[in-house]
Ligand binder design. Structure first.
Ligand SMILES: [Fe+2]
Length: 153
């Protein structure tokens, strides 16, 4: 009986150690959930600080593993114009500096073919998995914060 108990304890200990060792490191910052790209992405959006006015979108590109800002990350956004059409005037990109921050002014996107208002984003940085996602601003919002949290490759 004593042998059996010892054996059980040993097996339990081994199992706990195995689980602990194989559990992946928990990200410090929750990675931003990916979302569909949709049919209107065009590469090469120009560097700019505004694609309209009325809504300020800002945030920080961060590493999920450390929560630290990522310098030299490239973000791109594209959205429907106030008439509900995708156009080149509503595509932009920025590259983050030391603070990892981005900020742009834009028009509030209207609902688009039965979908809620949204702004598409891509974010990429050397050593990180590229992210494609969307922001859903609420109606009447004049400023919205949207951090882009990337996962290491
Ligand atoms: Fe869209």
């Amino acid at each position: 009986m004593e042998m059996a108990r010892s054996a059980l304890l040993l097996v339990t200990t081994a199992l706990v150690l195995t689980l602990t060792a194989s559990a992946p490191a928990q990200p410090k910052c929750a990675p931003t959930a990916p979302d569909i790209e949709g049919p209107f992405y065009k590469p090469g959006a120009p560097l700019r600080e505004a694609t309209g006015k009325g809504l300020v979108v800002s945030g920080v590109v961060k590493s999920a593993a450390t929560c630290e800002p990522i310098k030299g990350a490239r973000i791109e956004w594209w959205q429907a114009n106030p008439r509900g059409e995708y156009d080149d005037a509503h595509r932009g990109s920025q590259v983050t500096g030391e603070s990892g921050a981005y900020r742009f002014d834009t028009d509030s996107p209207p609902p688009y073919y039965g979908r809620p208002s949204h702004i598409h984003f891509k974010a990429s940085a050397p050593g990180y998995r590229p992210l494609t996602t969307q922001l859903y601003p609420k109606g009447g919002q004049r400023a919205v914060a949207f951090d882009l949290v990337l996962v290491k490759e």
